[in-house]
Design a protein around this ligand. Structure first.
Ligand SMILES: [Fe+2]
Length: 379
């Protein structure tokens, strides 16, 4: 049995859908807290339209724009301290995930982000929230997950039904200003969501269906987005892929590639999430391929041609690595300043009890030998 979930938020998708923000903010009662990172909310063009709608509807709001990439518990606690009746996240995963966490903390004022992410508690509600998505990577606007971190310690993601946005807007026009690196990193993030959902120990035909099409759309359109960053039609396909991958892993969750990435970006928060995933994906594909060669060869067919035989694991790894490497990104842990001296700490972090549940979703027995094999294969 599995839950045949559709997108939980009321998500407006497609070119021009940002215009719906006027109707959406018309639902806001009381004070709105807007959570975003510096710059992108204006650069993308989103703010001009959101601000007009806020003025038109006479909504009282406060702006918190200190969220950074790989956002911190401190970001969440500081924003929650401002209080609000409604919350809006404008941005990619960093802004929207912070908005989700803040929406819970405001209604549970005796708690901090660390309590929520690391221990959990009996959550007593959350503020209504709006997600204005500016990237084609995280899928957070349509899912129940949020991630935050304490630098040097842990980067943790949790899923809560209280995290679902009430309204989401996915307008490809707002993704045209993504840089080349952001275009690659966010697309690779969506690719990993799809891969981990389709290979999850708890997967189902629905997740696989969404994941398969998501990967095909990413493979077919990423180069076009790099060549023609302003092409809204191409951005729309990548955005659709990201949302479908988001729904796919909303049902099943992610597994070991995301845990590995969370381990390294707690150590080096400057590593973009999607780029960290790109480092590990080839070695993850190698270790998982013999377990489900038909499934993996099928979903990765737009990236690497495989026959679905168990003995193709190295070929699968090299095919994925060549494809990712063709975008000119860093593909090795050493490229980010890690050395073999860091291997033990990385493996310890991956095997932390915080990640037990996520690691159990990996379609292989995860022990130190397997984790070390992936890490060594990623140098
Ligand atoms: Fe991700």
């Amino acid at each position: 049995m599995f839950e045949l979930l559709h997108s939980k938020p009321l998500a407006y998708f497609g070119k021009g859908s940002i215009a719906k923000v006027n109707d959406v903010v018309g639902q806001v009662s009381g004070r709105l807290l807007i959570i975003t990172t510096k710059g992108a909310y204006k650069r993308s063009g989103a703010w001009r339209i959101v601000n007009e709608a806020l003025e038109d509807r006479g909504v009282e709001y406060e702006l918190y724009d200190k969220v950074r990439a790989n956002p911190t518990y401190e970001n969440c606690d500081e924003a929650a301290g401002l209080g609000a009746d409604w919350v809006m996240g404008i941005g990619g995963g960093s802004a929207i995930d912070t908005a989700k966490i803040v929406s819970v903390l405001i209604k549970n004022p005796s708690k901090k982000a660390k309590d929520l992410l690391e221990s959990g508690f009996d959550v007593r509600g959350s503020c209504p929230k709006i997600a204005i998505n500016l990237t084609h990577g995280t899928g957070t606007e349509v899912d129940r997950f949020a991630v935050s971190q304490s630098d040097g310690e842990y980067k943790i993601g949790i899923g809560l039904k209280e995290f679902y946005p009430d309204y989401a807007i996915d307008d490809p026009e707002l993704t045209r200003t993504l840089s080349r690196d952001q275009t690659i990193a966010t697309s690779v993030d969506a690719l990993n969501h799809a891969f981990e959902a389709a290979t999850n120990a708890d997967t189902n035909p629905y997740s696989i269906l969404l994941a398969r099409d998501s990967i095909r759309l990413i493979a077919d359109n990423i180069r076009g987005a790099l060549d023609e960053p302003e092409d809204v039609g191409i951005r729309e396909k990548l955005l659709f892929a990201s949302a479908m991958a988001g729904i796919s892993f909303d049902i099943t969750g992610t597994h070991i590639t995301h845990v590995l990435e969370h381990a390294i970006s707690a150590m080096k928060p400057e590593i973009p999430h999607g780029m960290g995933l790109a480092v590990f994906l080839p070695s993850v594909v190698e270790v998982l391929y013999p377990i489900m060669p038909e499934r993996i060869s099928d979903i990765l067919s737009p990236i690497v041609h495989l026959k679905g035989r168990k003995d193709e694991a190295v070929r699968a790894k090299e095919g994925v690595k060549d494809w990712l490497g063709s975008f000119g990104i860093k593909m090795h842990l050493g490229d980010y300043g890690f050395s073999s001296d860091d291997e033990k700490e990385m493996a310890d972090r991956v095997l932390s009890p915080f990640f037990d549940r996520q690691l159990r979703c990996t379609p292989a027995k995860v022990d130190r030998v397997l984790v070390e094999k992936i890490i060594e294969g990623s140098f």
